[in-house]
Ligand binder design. Structure first.
Ligand code: CA
Length: 221
């Protein structure tokens, strides 16, 4: 079972990772916000252990982005001891459990096992919209039954559309979710990415609503 450990404190990360590996888990460790965000959204993890204070992008923002993009991997949030605000914010952002720092690895393991039991080893669902089928577990998208060759960002973009089928998404919203920023450069990149996806699929797969943004139609044209 593969876990993502998001922790920028090197000592805590090394110690925790070795304990988890000792219990038979495979552990990917990431220490910066953007890296954590990317791995959590494109990787296939049984669970994620997420420190809230990460450099580059804070844990809460990352968690909100994952949930908005349809990532339903169970997440344990690491919070400062006694900070009930962090706990509330964490649950509201979509955390499944929390653990105050400093923590004993034994407690993390116990909570992790309980969380994985609750998740019941559920395979990630396959979602569909229009002519797209998104397999979140395999990180694979097919269009009219044909598997597409996609970059992680393109996967993220389609996943976002499928989670919001029939809804117009503004370039700013898309840039925020796909690029992690919404400046002009990111918005231009979104335009280019949509054009690329249309070439890989069909010109009508993603529609432009001039002046508003883009929409993935619910039913294929
Ligand atoms: Ca930290």
């Amino acid at each position: 079972m593969r876990l993502l450990l998001a922790e920028d404190d090197r000592d805590i990360a090394l110690y925790t990772a070795s304990k988890l590996e000792g219990e038979g888990y495979a552990v990917d460790h990431a220490a910066t916000g953007p890296e954590v965000w990317d791995l959590g959204e494109t990787g296939d993890y049984a669970a994620i252990i997420l420190d809230l204070g990460l450099p580059g992008m804070d844990g809460l923002s990352i968690l909100k982005r994952w949930r908005a993009a349809g990532v339903n991997t169970p997440v344990i949030v690491l919070t400062a001891r006694g900070s009930w605000m962090e706990r509330v914010d964490g649950f509201e952002a979509g955390a499944d459990d929390y653990l105050p720092k400093p923590f004993r690895p034994e407690e993390l393991l116990a909570r992790l096992k309980a969380l994985l039991r609750r998740a019941g080893g559920n395979a990630a669902p396959v979602r569909s919209a229009g002519r797209f089928l998104v397999d979140d577990g395999a990180k694979r998208v097919s269009f009219d039954g044909r598997v597409l060759d996609l970059s992680p960002q393109e996967f993220r973009l389609i996943s976002l559309f499928v989670s919001h089928k029939g809804k117009v998404l503004t370039p700013i919203e898309i840039a925020n979710h796909v690029q992690g920023r919404d400046d002009d450069q990111a918005k231009n990149a979104v335009e280019a990415m949509v054009a690329r996806l249309r070439r890989k699929t069909d010109a009508s797969a993603i529609e432009t609503r001039r002046g508003f943004g883009y929409v993935m139609p619910e039913e294929g044209a």
